[in-house]
Design a protein around this ligand. Structure first.
Ligand code: BEZ
Ligand code: FE
Length: 287
């Protein structure tokens, strides 16, 4: 009989799975077993600590619903989501960042120059830029799909019981023949990720806050190109240095400038802005 001890058990567990040799599944599973066992040996994990981890995961499962995804939140605050975004950013393309839980894939299509924040308080900002490939060639017809919080840090989808329309503060824009997009909206404010569950307990145990730096979310698509899911942040914004989910990258920070009374625009806008910024998206080819 094979002697299983604290070292040989790792290979024994790996051997117990019959996977397709050389497959991605085999590689992922074996790597997971290697790292999990190495961690356990290195930490000399006690039974209490082992049960603590499993109870924590159980608590994450218990509080989860289709709307409250505690495991994704756990991945976010551990920088796991950000790491996956980073390693999947293609050379030359705009860096990826958090999708977050508030995306709706059927946002209303809006005309270029539309205002996304009718009747809402806050600083009205003109958001404009272009979508190009990595060789700076414009991508006419690219789709810029955006969603955001309001000027108090709340997503309308969170306020449906107070009469808010879940499709408010979001829209899909089709870029013009030069690959340009533009719209006005209100500047969003920072908000907290949910911290009333096990992930909140973890944050408190590590003396961490739950605030996200203010941001706009984007998914940008164009045929034949890899779509990007990302966020745009604001220079000197609060929590820019310590976003709770590690979403901020230097390349994703926009500089907001005030609009002067003498400023004119050579395109139509539904609403005159108080401020503006430009952000260009770069898509890498598919494959
Ligand atoms: C968000 O950006 O909408 C978000 C990201 C992670 C957790 C919660 C919210
Ligand atoms: Fe968000």
């Amino acid at each position: 009989m094979r002697d299983i001890n604290q070292f040989s058990i790792t290979q024994a567990v790996k051997d117990s799975f019959r996977t397709v040799p050389g497959s991605r599944f085999e590689k992922l599973l074996q790597g997971l077993i290697d790292h999990l066992h190495d961690y356990t040996r290195e930490m000399n994990l006690t039974h209490e600590e082992w049960m603590g981890v499993l109870t924590f995961l159980y608590e994450c499962g218990k509080i989860s619903t289709p709307e409250r995804q505690e495991f994704i939140l756990l991945s976010d605050v551990l920088g796991f989501s950000a790491l996956v975004d980073m390693i999947n950013t293609r050379g030359g393309g705009t860096e990826g960042s958090n999708l977050g839980p508030f995306y709706l894939d059927n946002a209303p299509e809006k005309q270029l120059g539309a205002h996304l924040a009718d009747g809402r308080e806050g600083v009205t900002v003109l958001v404009q830029g272009k979508v190009t490939d990595i060789l700076h060639k414009p991508l006419p017809g690219a789709i810029v799909d955006t969603w955001q919080a309001d000027s108090s840090g709340t997503y309308p989808i969170q306020e449906q019981e107070h009469g808010q329309d879940k499709y408010d503060l979001r829209g899909k824009f089709t870029c013009d023949d030069q690959g340009r997009y533009r719209y006005t909206t209100v500047l969003p404010k920072p908000y907290t990720v949910p911290y009333d569950g096990p992930v909140g307990k973890l944050l408190r145990a590590g003396d961490r806050h739950a605030w996200r730096a203010a941001h706009l979310h984007f998914i940008v698509r164009s045929p034949g190109m890899r779509s990007i899911t990302t966020e745009v942040f604001f220079e000197n914004g609060e929590y820019i240095e310590n976003d709770a989910v590690f979403g901020v990258r230097k390349s994703l920070i926009a500089k907001v400038k005030p609009v002067k009374a003498s400023d004119t625009f050579d395109f139509e806008l539904d609403h005159r802005p108080d401020a503006m910024f430009e952000f260009d998206f770069v898509l890498a080819p598919q494959g």
